[in-house]
Design a protein around this ligand. Structure first.
Ligand SMILES: *[C@@H]1O[C@H](CO)[C@@H](O)[C@H](O)[C@H]1NC(C)=O
Ligand SMILES: *[C@@H]1O[C@H](CO)[C@@H](O)[C@H](O)[C@H]1NC(C)=O
Length: 231
């Protein structure tokens, strides 16, 4: 085959694939009304009570518990003082010391994640003052993701981070999301796993090397004798 006919073959394949784009079964936008309605909106003022209100559906209790924790541990400044660290007790109370955490594509243990949260705290504090909004606009928490052996389960949070930069008047907002695995251990709930990712520009890059997660034989296949490369 000569070069010119090869080129014709290659370009006609390209033309076919451009003409037949991948089509998922459901139009992505606008969202169907029932999908919008199924998102959980948790009231921040009552989240901590709702978390332990047995009259509420269990997925609402769980999402409310996560909302209550985020309000306490998210490292935005509580006052005009940029290094205000009121969020630290919330972090210690919510995040299990043996858990696993990630930000974007980097994995961390408890100490590593705390370190990047401290970095976020000072960056948010110096950039935004008190006008910071968190990423808890709505939750997805299915009753089926409730852990039958405890008050834990799986929740995702979606929303925006951002706010009004110091000395600015208009807000900047960036999509952000989190995937939470909540476990009941020692009679109380903990955030056992948090995978967070966001699009807010960061002047301090994440440490490239996170920490390896310990394989959990309860729900993972752990290789004995040697470290797994991927978890
Ligand atoms: C921002 O505003 C503060 C007062 O609120 C002022 O001291 C500071 O110089 C301003 N910074 C810039 C970069 O304009
Ligand atoms: C996470 O990834 C997004 C998209 O690449 C990037 O905009 C953002 O700055 C990253 N966050 C951090 C803290 O590195």
């Amino acid at each position: 085959m000569v070069w010119s006919s090869l080129f014709v073959v290659a370009s006609s394949i390209a033309a076919v694939s451009a003409a037949t784009p991948y089509r998922p079964g459901v139009a992505p936008s606008p969202l169907p009304d029932q999908a919008v309605a199924a998102r959980l909106h948790i009231k921040p003022d009552t989240a901590c009570q709702t978390a332990d209100d047995a009259r509420q559906p269990r997925n609402i209790q769980l999402a409310a518990w996560v909302e209550c924790q985020i309000l306490a541990f998210y490292p935005y400044p509580r006052t005009e003082t940029a290094d205000d660290t009121d969020w630290l007790p919330g972090y210690v109370a919510a995040i299990h010391p043996d858990g696993r955490f990630s930000w974007n594509n980097t994995r961390y243990n408890y100490d590593g994640f705390l370190k990047i949260y401290k970095g976020f705290s000072s960056a948010i504090g110096s950039s935004y003052g008190t006008g910071w909004q968190q990423w808890r606009d709505y939750y997805v928490a299915s009753p089926d993701t409730w852990d039958p052996e405890g008050r834990g389960g799986v929740v995702t949070a979606h929303g925006f981070t951002g706010g009004i930069l110091r000395n600015h008047t208009e807000a900047v907002n960036y999509p952000n999301a989190g995937y939470f695995v909540v476990k009941e251990l020692q009679g109380r709930r903990w955030i056992w796993e948090l995978r967070e990712h966001g699009t807010s520009p960061s002047t301090t890059p994440l440490p490239e090397e996170g920490q390896k997660w310990v394989c959990n034989p309860t729900y993972e296949v752990c290789e004995s004798g040697r470290e797994r490369k991927e978890l």
